[in-house]
Design a protein around this ligand. Structure first.
Ligand code: AMP
Length: 401
């Protein structure tokens, strides 16, 4: 047995998952298939991941007693979201292996830390400036020109995440509306499209990257992922290479989603990273022998990472809120649609309830109209507007993808 194989968690070990959402749920299901048990730390008993885990601890993610109890019951800890306090991460790391490492979470949970790290690693980004004061905002505006984007640095603060500043008169209101400070001001990218790449890195340093995919948003929430991204092979390869560079720069052990913009001249800028399974990787559940969730579990458990092969082309459409759920009977009645539901009882507006994958023969991904037709009851009527512009206005809040 090699040293790496010796470090692999044996079957029946317990993988601790911090977070009760759908990413944890689908990770727990993949873990079960590999013979692992999962123990979920969630803040409510009926959370999507808690419904499928072998054991559940209910409590606050920053409560030391809860974290200690949880860490003592598991063999390794991973996350389905990034927002665990620095103290909480330290406490967990003192009790068991934490993968990905807390340092990576700290980078990804703060946009300024993330941009600083990526810039240092030579990863191309839109121009950006930290904005702590009103005077710094003026300096950022002068340097970036109008329009630019002003964002909070931390996820989901009170639903107030970002503003496009298109006129000097919008500087004050945007500054007042966003908190906490510092904020980050970013050049507005007039992108041709948005891509993402899921990349995994194992305990032994093996890197596996799935093909680059294109993401299209609707009402500021991920709506459609196209796998593979309909871009030139050069752009697709460059996107994968960029994601691999980020994973290596982080010395990642685990899974990472890297979101990027393709600019009008075909170059790539990284927008943000997420060291966990990602909504834009859900297509891998049906189009790949090894899904992003199995890859995540394998990396976290120290198992070998198989190639991130794709056997089919695919589209993934999110099921959001009551409108999409009203279509559920039609969705399950449509052959070819592969539905995944997250077990959420209440279909609130804007809430991700599940997703549907639709496979196509490899190389056979149709154009926008063909995709919509293949989605049957989920077809959007405004195909041209939704699909062919690609770009949407900026969200008023940050929705985790
Ligand atoms: P984020 O929360 O940073 O992922 O941003 C959410 C969405 O807003 C992205 O997927 C883009 O569609 C858009 N966006 C974010 N930053 C910029 C930017 N600097 N320029 C143009 N669009 C942006």
């Amino acid at each position: 047995m090699t040293a790496e194989a010796a470090r692999a968690l044996p079957p029946s070990s317990v993988i601790g998952i911090v977070g009760g959402g759908q990413l944890g749920r689908m990770s727990a299901m993949a873990a079960a298939r590999l013979g692992y048990r999962t123990h979920v730390l969630a803040d409510e008993p009926d959370a999507p991941a808690a419904q499928v885990a072998g054991a559940v601890t209910i409590g606050a993610y920053d409560d030391p007693a809860t974290l200690r109890r949880f860490a003592e019951a598991v063999d390794v800890v991973t996350f389905e979201f990034e927002n665990v306090s620095a103290d909480g991460l330290e406490l967990l790391a003192a009790l068991c292996p934490v993968r990905p490492a807390g340092a990576i979470l700290r980078i990804s949970q703060d946009r300024l830390a993330e941009k600083g790290f990526l810039a240092e690693a030579g990863i191309p980004l839109a121009p950006w400036h930290a904005v702590g004061t009103r005077a710094e905002l003026d300096r950022a505006a002068a340097a970036l020109g109008l329009p630019f984007v002003l964002k909070t640095t931390r996820l989901g603060y009170d639903g107030k995440g970002q503003r496009v500043v298109a006129a000097a008169s919008a500087l004050n209101p945007a500054f007042e509306a966003l908190a906490p400070r510092p904020l980050v001001a970013e050049g507005y990218v007039d992108f041709a499209c948005e891509l993402s790449v899921m990349v995994a890195r194992g305990l032994d340093g093996t890197i596996r990257a799935y093909d680059a995919v294109q993401n299209r948003h609707r009402h500021h929430i991920l709506d459609l992922t196209l796998a593979p991204a309909p871009v030139t092979p050069e752009i697709a390869e460059a996107a994968v290479a960029l994601a691999v560079r980020v994973a290596e720069a982080l010395s990642l052990v685990g899974l990472l989603g890297v979101e990027m913009f393709v600019t009008r001249d075909g170059s790539l800028l990284v927008n943000e990273i997420a060291p966990r399974p990602h909504n834009s990787g859900h297509w891998t559940l049906d189009a790949c022998p090894v899904s992003q969730f199995e890859m995540h579990v394998r990396a976290v458990a120290g198992l070998p990472l198989p190639p991130a092969t794709r056997h089919s082309d695919a589209v993934m459409r999110n099921l959001v809120g009551p409108d999409d759920m009203a279509l559920w009977p039609a969705i399950v009645a449509t052959p070819g649609l592969l539905p995944h539901l997250y077990g959420k009882r209440e279909a609130r507006s804007g809430r991700k309830m599940g997703h549907v994958n639709r496979l196509f023969p490899k190389g056979g991904l149709p154009g926008s109209f063909g995709i919509e037709a293949a989605l049957g009851p989920l077809a959007r009527r405004q195909v041209e507007q939704d699909l062919d512009t690609g770009a949407e206005s900026l969200p008023g809040d940050r929705t985790r993808t």
